[in-house]
Design a protein around this ligand. Structure first.
Ligand SMILES: NC(=O)c1ccc[n+]([C@@H]2O[C@H](COP(=O)([O-])OP(=O)(O)OC[C@H]3O[C@@H](n4cnc5c(N)ncnc54)[C@H](OP(=O)(O)O)[C@@H]3O)[C@@H](O)[C@H]2O)c1
Length: 298
């Protein structure tokens, strides 16, 4: 049985990933800051460690999936919080690198987090070849990817998942639902900004596809092939809930309430296409937004 090590394994994506990996025959180890809390969230078959040095030195780790990071969308971005966003991601990745550099048994593959924020705001469709425009999200993702890239020196294949808005029972969709259920939801700002999303089931499948597919490396866009504008997304969400979605939140109100976070994550967006996944033969189970929302909310 091959072993996968997951950081951020207690989070929204990580928890679902652990279950998927167990179901597909992996032995799963989660590195967590608090194993007692983690034990309440994860199946008993998952081994929990708080320090990398707790790993059995003779145990080969085939794959590392690195998702740990302080959540970005939980309030205003102060300078101190922005530093925590960087430290929690780059710091965890650097710790992994330092540990595996000194270890005889290296992993074959590292799947490391990143986000579509790498590309910065834009109106035109981008694939993995785009360089991105400067903003805090771009710098955060660039630093995170650079810290993961060091694993290449260990002979390890590295993929960075430039992840879109993951739709499931937690995360962005769960935050939007209360307002939309009360028929108080609707577009933000102009509503023309892009939202590149992905269904949680496809997210898990594409992570395992990256683990298995030796031809994939470097940036991989983890987004469904059909991004929506914020207006289209609001309409689809309203339709799935059978509620009107006509309330708009003007840009100045969003900026006042959420500051830079609101500007980068709510008022701006990017239309991201999963070129490398498609070229590698990955099939999305939920390529269309209506299909994804009906599955999750139907
Ligand atoms: N969900 C999305 O829509 C989305 C989109 C784009 C990118 N991403 C990225 O993908 C990764 C996983 O997303 P997610 O939604 O599953 O995240 P999540 O639910 O917020 O979970 C992140 C995990 O990271 C660990 N963590 C939190 N704060 C930390 C800190 N200060 N230092 C070290 N570890 C910390 C926690 O694990 P322990 O408490 O067990 O240590 C937590 O379970 C994140 O890095 C996120 O930025 C997510």
């Amino acid at each position: 049985m091959a072993t996968i090590l997951v950081t951020g394994g207690t989070g929204f994506i990580g928890r679902n990933l652990c279950q998927r990996a167990l179901d597909t025959g992996w032995q799963v180890i989660v590195l967590t800051r608090n194993s007692k809390a983690a034990a309440k969230k994860l199946p008993p078959a998952v081994q929990l460690i708080e320090r990398l040095s707790d790993l059995n030195p003779d145990l080969a780790i085939e794959a590392v999936v690195n998702l740990a990071g302080q959540p970005l969308a939980e309030g205003r971005w102060t300078e101190a919080r922005k530093q925590n966003f960087i430290d929690s991601r780059v710091g965890t990745t650097t710790d992994l690198y330092t540990f595996f550099s000194a270890r005889d048994l290296k992993p074959s593959v590292l799947i490391s987090g990143s986000a579509i924020g790498y590309y910065g705001p834009g109106e035109h469709s981008v694939d993995e070849s785009a360089t991105g425009t400067d903003c805090f999200s771009h710098r955060l993702c660039s630093d995170w990817e650079a810290s993961a890239a060091k694993f290449e020196k260990l002979g390890c294949r590295v993929c960075y998942l430039r992840t879109g808005i993951v739709l499931g029972d937690e995360g962005a969709l769960a935050k939007m639902l209360p307002a939309f259920k009360l028929a108080l939801g609707g577009p933000m700002g102009t509503g023309e900004q892009w939202m590149s999303w992905v269904h949680i089931e496809d997210m898990l499948s594409l992570i395992m596809h990256c683990v298995d597919n030796k031809n994939l490396s470097g940036p991989v866009n983890a987004t469904a092939p059909n991004p929506a504008t914020n207006r289209q997304f609001s309409k689809a969400l309203g339709a799935a809930l059978k509620r009107p979605a006509i309330f708009t939140m003007p840009a100045p109100v969003v900026k006042l309430l959420f500051g830079e976070m609101g500007e980068e994550l709510l008022l701006q967006g990017q239309s991201v296409v999963p070129k490398k996944l498609k070229d590698s033969g990955f099939e999305f189970q939920y390529p269309n937004l209506d299909l994804a929302l009906t599955d999750l909310l139907g």
